[in-house]
Design a protein around this ligand. Sequence first.
Ligand code: TPP
Length: 316
Amino acid sequence: MNTHNTTNKKSTTQSPSEPVDIETLKALSRKGRWLVMSTVAASKAGHIGGPLSAMDMFVALYFRQLNIDPEHPDDPHRDRFILSKGHNAIGLYSVLAMRGYFPIEELKTFDHGDSRLQGHPDMLKTPGIDISSGSLGQGLSVGIGMALGAKKLGKSFHTWVMLGDGECQEGMVWEAILSAPRFKLDNLTAIIDLNGLELYGWEAGPNDRFDRGEPLGHVDLPSVFHGFGWNVIEIDGNDFTSILGGFDKAMANRGSGKPSIILAKTTKGAGVSFTSGTYKWHNGVATPEQLAIARDELKQGEEDKSAISTREGEQS
Ligand SMILES: Cc1ncc(C[n+]2csc(CCOP(=O)(O)OP(=O)(O)O)c2C)c(N)n1
């Protein structure tokens, strides 16, 4: 059971009071990317590439799409979000902090033993986390359970699940893809962050230990998902107009009896020149020089250095 503070008040779910415009969403994304880079550098461990490729979608979900209230993270009427690729936790934490689930300052504790913000999401510790994740492949099945539960109980919330393309090599994902249409879960939307790069490939190449081919590059995903019975939406996952249009299509699909899949083309490590488009920054720790470059590129000011912290006894 979730142990966060809860209230039994009537539904308090809400989107931000004023719709957040696209320029503001872009600024939030830059801030979120900076929080990822600086927090991971301070903690000296964590993932970069996936959190940055997914950042625009995290921001669009939490600032435009989800029916949620940070003051009541366990409101039973809230929309659900499952980060199936749980190693992207720092990306999600950065957006949860900006949205008011906990202080941005708390990011300084990321990955410390006694922190609420563990390296992978923990639903028993962190406000705003609906499901613990990190072992790849499980999130969509959990999302199916939530969406099915909503149908059975007559609840109107929508369930969103984000997966990685590397993650889709887990067989359990495909069992879930097979079963969601069977249950007519039009209250479920899965997003695949198609950044085309993961940590590992399959075969040794001439200049590397691994062939870094696209995890799903050989699969005609739209046809496959059509064939399985999903409503297929293709977007540019690093463009807010495209993202918001995709979310609208998913919501318009409610009532159709089909779950929606959003195939989101993204760039791994997007937003920072030296992390962009390379598997090498799947995880990693930026040097002070690299952080300075990232801060400039993300248009963060001097005051944002405060996001950088060091663990006691460690050098910056
Ligand atoms: C069951 C399982 N196997 C292996 C891992 C180790 N692992 C963590 S991230 C990752 C690659 C994931 O790539 P992708 O899903 O494309 O995510 P991205 O970082 O690109 O967003 C792997 C293999 C894991 N977390 N869980």
